[in-house]
Ligand binder design. Structure first.
Ligand SMILES: C[S@@+](CC[C@H](N)C(=O)[O-])C[C@H]1O[C@@H](n2cnc3c(N)ncnc32)[C@H](O)[C@@H]1O
Length: 285
């Protein structure tokens, strides 16, 4: 009798081998000779949901770099560079690898709810990893940061979570620090209205999203079947209102800048004006 060969899944033979096989299938990033950064991580995690192709992935990084250089030129970041950086959400390091190469001396903290992303970034980018939580009050961040980089997070949150998150980040910003947030602004709205890009949403959700945006300046809908995570559209006006008082203010705002798509908001601590009590002896007689 002929016994058919037993076909074992590769994981059963050697889980590490399975992982290595997966890594072999992942491309490494192709960098042009003009690529400006040194010691840039080219490895892509097999679990990187943001990876589509090398050229676009690298371009997003270059666009993040332009935002950072702009902030330095505008003295929103000290020319010596930030000492402590927080990349939240880090994903699998699409922007974190730029932060690491551009500021090699900085202490980098990477944070995401995706633990695999945190582990990947921490191990490859010489960074401290922090696992995030759905509840931003439970975020375990111990120190303050000179640069907090937030690409593509509030783009997925409802207004309540966005406000909570921003307040939490304000509390983690050093006195001279810079908080950088990316946002779906008017450009994203125009793309939806022109039916150029639909953000993975159906027609009903898109209509609801744009209607809320037009009425309130903040539109949000959940992704299909997901509660509390979806797509937001936030007007510049709404954000200006949010930062109109309180400890931080919008220092600069660039429209559809990151990846030629997201608006970028630069947030700084408001300067504390010291109003000292006048000395009565100074009074003119
Ligand atoms: C569109 S990706 C952007 C990732 C990265 N910033 C980039 O540009 O490649 C959104 C990320 O937000 C993360 N995320 C969602 N909710 C989060 C939370 N409560 N805390 C931290 N990260 C969260 C997701 O896991 C995902 O990695």
């Amino acid at each position: 009798m002929c016994v058919p060969p037993v076909v074992c899944p590769i994981e059963a033979l050697d889980p590490d081998l399975a992982q290595r096989e997966l890594f072999k299938q992942m491309p490494t990033l192709e960098l042009d000779v003009t690529f400006p950064l040194r010691n840039f991580l080219t490895e892509i995690s097999p679990n990187d949901a943001m990876f589509d192709n090398s050229a676009h992935y690298v371009n997003v990084g270059l666009s993040a770099l332009r935002v950072l250089e702009y902030a330095i030129a505008r003295q929103l970041i000290a020319p010596s560079g930030p000492q402590r950086i927080l990349d939240l959400p880090c994903g699998h390091g699409r922007c974190g690898r730029v932060l690491r190469s551009r500021f090699p001396q900085a202490e980098l903290t990477v944070c995401d709810i995706d633990r695999d992303g945190v582990d990947f970034c921490a191990s490859r980018l010489n960074a401290t990893g922090v696992y995030s939580s759905r509840d931003f009050d439970k975020l375990d961040l111990q120190c303050s940061y000179e640069l907090i980089w937030v690409s593509s997070l509030i783009t997925h949150l409802n207004s309540r979570y966005t406000v909570k998150f921003i307040k939490r980040m304000e509390g983690r910003l050093s006195e001279e620090g810079l908080l950088v947030l990316s946002n779906h602004g008017q450009f994203a709205v125009d793309r939806i209205v022109a039916e150029e890009y639909l953000y993975g949403l159906n027609t009903t959700s898109l209509e609801c999203l744009v209607e809320q945006y037009n009425l309130l300046g903040y539109g949000y809908v959940d992704y299909d079947g997901v509660e509390g995570y979806g797509v937001s559209l936030i007007s510049r006006h709404w954000l200006e209102g949010l930062f109109s008082d309180g400890q931080c203010m919008i220092a600069d705002y660039l429209e559809h800048e990151l990846d030629n798509h997201h608006d970028v908001i630069f947030v700084k601590k408001r300067a504390v004006v010291n109003v000292s009590t006048p000395d009565p002896s100074d009074a003119l007689v």
